[in-house]
Design a protein around this ligand. Sequence first.
Ligand code: ATP
Length: 266
Amino acid sequence: MRDGAVQDGANRMPVVELDDIHKRFGLLEVLKGVSLTAHEGDVIALIGASGSGKSTLLRCTNLLEIPNSGRILIGNEEIRLNRTSDGTMQVADQRQLQRIRSRLGMVFQSFNLWAHRTVLENVIEAPVHVLGQPRAEAIARGEELLRKVGLYAKKDVYPAFLSGGQQQRAAIARALAIEPRVMLFDEPTSALDPELVGEVLRVIRDLAAEGRTMIVVTHEMAFARDVANHVMFLHNGTVEEEGTPQKVFGSPESERCRQFVRPRDH
Ligand SMILES: Nc1ncnc2c1ncn2[C@@H]1O[C@H](COP(=O)(O)OP(=O)(O)OP(=O)(O)O)[C@@H](O)[C@H]1O
């Protein structure tokens, strides 16, 4: 477990609270009442088999998916959801959604960089066009973030000329540029060749060491064990086991968690 991680959330502010989240896609009930609280400085690893609902839970957090029921609070502000006449849920107030989203930095498996913009232009896009920051200020901050992820030298390059690991590090800098309260990572290394995984995990490790609040969907068990202070094991849409990495990976009954360890994690 990372240095200085705080076990007890009692004295720290909750940043993300998901309460009894249910989500269905047609007849498939993907989340069957999942709750999660991330306090300031927590690194929560969401692990579990393919299809267990990890990404859906993360996507519900920033309303890329709308849950069928349950409550979502970001920084103590509850997201208001309405039920429409056909029974589906929708966000009640788009301005609130924008405000909430500006507190959440999202990093996707497939990078999602703008192909026709340079690395630096990708990083300053949201600060300038969504947050209304002066361009010069956004550039200065963007360059600082690119130094942090080791990509300053590539700032004027288009994404197609970067390796997958470099593209993902650029995507992390872009997510950090809005100064989010919490970073959400959806399998950030799954699309990478094995030799590129380490450079991305190192950046995420550094963010954890800085005390950033993060929720990370991952199949990298060694990473979850070393970096997270709280691990949640999802199985068939419910939390089957959760707690410290020692508890989740260390107990004899955690064999189900360990079966997801990949050869390179050893
Ligand atoms: N938009 C969608 N429409 C229909 N079904 C979906 C949608 N998104 C996810 N699902 C289904 O919901 C289930 C859970 O998907 P989810 O991506 O949350 O799982 P996961 O645990 O993240 O899996 P993986 O590790 O493979 O990414 C899967 O059966 C998936 O096919």
